[in-house]
Structure formats: C-alpha cells, structure tokens
Design a protein around this ligand. Structure first.
Ligand SMILES: *Cc1c(COP(=O)(O)O)cnc(C)c1O
Length: 421
C-alpha cells in the first residue's frame, strides 16, 4: 500500500500533485511519502507486539536524514553498515543505544567511532573482526556488546546479488562453527555476548527460507545457552520483499513475518530485533522523470527520459522491474503501445524497460517510477557528470526538498588539479 494515487486524472503524492513538485524542483527527482514510510514501519512494530522488540530500519535502503528522523520519531532504531551511516543516523538524532552496526568489513576506526559515540550492539561477522573489536574496546576501557551473525546456509531464492545466507556468501560465520566462535567470544574481556544475528538476503517473496533460518537460530539459542552463554537478544535481519509490479502476486506481509517470528523463536524469551529496509522505504518513494524525446527506431519506439541508470540503477544492476506510470492519468480506454524506456547515459545498460506497454507519450510528459524509495537515491552516482537528483519529502499537503540538486560548479570544483599541470 502506498500514498501515490491518481486524483481527478493526475498523480498525487499524499495531497500534493506530483506535477506541482516537478514544476518547483525540476526533473528528475525522488519523492517520498511520510504516511507510507510510517505505515510500513508501524506494520512491523505492531507485528511484533507482545514481544520485547526494536525495529531497526536498514538505512542503506534510504539514508536521507529527513527519512531517518521521520522513522526515529516513530520509535525506529537504525541498522548501519558504515561509519558514514552511523554518523548520519546520529546527525538525524538517533541515539547510539538504538543503532546496530552490521557489515563484514568494519575497520578499527569505524568500531572506535561507534564505541565512543554509543552503540546498541555490533553484529560481528568474523573472528578477525572480533579480535579487532575486542582490542579496540579494551583500549577504550569499555566492553562491546555483540551478536554474532551466523550464516545458516539457507537458499533465500532471490536475485544472486542480494542473497546472503548461503555458505558460499561472504556473510556471517558458518552456523556449524558457531559454538567454537561463541566460546572464543565468551573468553574475550572486551566483548559482551548478548545474542545471535541472522540476515539471509533481500527481496524475499516467500516465508519458507526465513522459517528455515529462524528455526536454526532457535536451536542454536538453546545450544549456546547450554554452553553457558546468556543469549538474550535475537536480531533476525531484514529482507522481506515488496511487490514491484502491480500485476504480480503480493509477497507475505509484515504481519505474517511477525507471526512466523513468534512461532519460531517466541518461546525463547529473547528480545527481538529486525532490520527491514526495502519494505519500509521501497513503496514509499517514486522517481519522477520527464520525456525528452520519443525516438522511432528499427521496429521500436524509444522513450528517452531525463532520468538514467546513474539515478536509479536497479534495472541495470538487478534486472529489476519498476512499474512506470504517466503523471497524467490516461483517459479510460486509451490504447497502449510498446516502448523501450531508456535514459540519456552512453550505455545500452541504461535501459529501464523493453517493450513496455504505455499510453502514448510525448516530449515534455512526466512519468513516475513506482517502488523507487529503497536502493534508489542511495545507489545513485554522478556518472556522465550528471548531478545527483533532488529528494523531496511529502507530508499531507506539504512538501520539502530534503536534498537539493548540486550545481555544476559544486560538482566540478570538487576536483583538484595537481600543481604540475
Ligand atoms: C541490506 C540489509 C538489511 C535490509 O534488507 P532489506 O531487504 O532492505 O530489508 C538488513 N540487514 C542487513 C545486515 C543488511 O545487509
């Protein structure tokens, strides 16, 4: 469910016409709905009611501080994967005790920043990382709270680039070696073992892989407790998928996910953490773009947009589908025709959709990419010296630019020329 609907023939973001935002900020741009962000966060929060829990937004999905603040004010914690994300979350007002630090390559410096600034826990992914964490904690005279991320060797049945829970993936420690690694952690003075972490992948559209993983975590909890570890927190990761196409079958809902958690680990009395990213932000954002040209090719027509792969890379990177809709609603009965929808970047990979059925469009028309709120703006680049596009947040009938488009001078002046030139 989202808050981007047609009203009187025009696409709205909550109570703001999308065309009005386009007129104010220029295209292309991202626009997010506060109501959708909050609705999705609350669905997870409510799904875990009755268990002590914290929903930590995986901010790599959408890390603008206005989004973080919106969610944090509703009670969300944050899952960060870098020092930059940690500092960004703190800048948005998220207290350290609501931030968990994930990722396979935390450096000593990143660890120090988080320990000094305050952190809920590190999700440790390897023994060498644990040794560094222990050393840094001892050097600061403190103790680092940790879970250890276990790799349950479960096939998440998602795109290979976003599957993380198979034994061949770089993430976590093999679950078969968990007792050994927990024993090592238990003996470290700078480490406080508080729980177990698991995250098996992204855009999962079936609960079965989650069930397999959570069941293994439940068994491991009992084993580790018997070994003398005080396992009191389970971080069950994120990964629940969203419907990218309105014609597809809808994936399971947060309520189903919550019920599965209760069923698989509820009896253990642990505090539960989850780290959803995509499901909170994905359908809460559009990328809006303008048609520059309609070009007739050999047996096909190209819609050339001002948005490109550097602005939204998911189609090029993950073969992802985004529904693309005109901002002016087509009259009922309008005949659709196939277009190849492309951007201006000098690569054939800069193709958003092939032979997509659309109502007839002309230069100057606006289109909106749906479900672009997660892994959209955060993955954008300045490839082809194209400015990062603005982000806009809507709340009821108000909208605000939450990241403005840089000027060409700002972009160009970031380079420095060596003296010898
Ligand atoms: C990416 C990631 C998430 C979020 O995944 P979504 O599919 O966006 O819900 C959660 N936890 C970790 C450790 C991640 O790397």
């Amino acid at each position: 469910m989202d808050h981007f609907l047609y009203r009187d023939g025009a696409l709205f973001a909550e109570d703001v016409p999308v065309a009005e935002i386009a007129a104010a900020v220029g295209t292309p741009f991202y626009v997010y709905s506060t109501a959708t962000l909050l609705r999705h966060f609350r669905l997870f929060d409510e799904a875990l009611e009755g268990m002590e829990h914290l929903v930590c937004f995986a901010m790599k999905a959408a890390s603008n501080q206005a989004i973080l603040k919106t969610l944090a004010q509703a009670g969300a914690g944050m899952d960060v994967v870098s020092e930059g994300e940690y500092l960004r979350a703190r800048a948005a007002g998220v207290p350290g005790e609501r931030i968990v630090f994930s990722g396979v390559g935390k450096t000593a410096r990143e660890i120090r920043t988080a320990l000094e600034g305050g952190i809920r826990q590190f999700n440790v992914e390897s023994e060498p990382e644990m040794e560094v964490l222990n050393a840094v904690a001892l050097s600061l005279g403190t103790v680092a709270p940790i879970t250890i991320r276990v790799n349950p060797d479960v096939d998440a049945k998602t795109h290979a680039k976003i599957a993380t829970g198979k034994s061949e993936n770089k993430f976590g420690i093999p679950i078969a070696r968990a007792r050994e690694v927990y024993a090592m952690a238990g003996a470290m003075e700078g480490i406080d073992v508080i729980g177990i972490d698991v995250h098996i992948g992204s855009q999962l559209t079936d609960l079965a892989p989650f069930e397999a993983a959570f069941t293994k975590v439940a068994e491991l909890t009992e084993v580790l407790r018997a070994d003398g570890h005080d396992i009191r927190r389970l971080d069950l990761g994120g990964g629940l998928g969203i419907p990218y196409s309105h014609s597809n079958q809808a994936p399971p809902l947060p309520t189903d996910f919550g019920a599965l958690i209760k069923r698989t680990v509820g009896h253990l009395g642990c505090e539960i953490e989850i780290e959803p990213g995509r499901l909170i932000a994905g359908n809460a954002g559009l990328m809006v773009s303008q048609v520059i040209y309609v070009k007739s090719g050999e047996g096909r027509d190209f819609l050339i947009l001002d948005g490109a792969m550097n602005d939204l890379i998911r189609p090029a990177m993950y073969d992802a589908h985004h529904d693309i809709v005109p901002v002016i609603e087509p009259a009922p009965g309008t005949e659709e025709r196939p277009y190849d929808i492309v951007g201006p970047v000098c690569e054939s990979g800069d193709t958003f959709a092939k032979q997509r059925m659309m109502p007839p469009l002309a230069a100057g028309d606006l289109v909106a990419f749906r479900s672009a709120g997660a892994y959209g703006a955060v993955m954008s680049s300045e490839y082809n010296t194209r400015p990062l596009i603005p982000e806009v947040l809507v709340k009821d009938d108000q909208f605000a630019v939450i990241r403005r488009r840089p000027t060409f001078d700002e972009m160009i002046n970031r380079d420095t020329i060596p003296e010898w030139l």
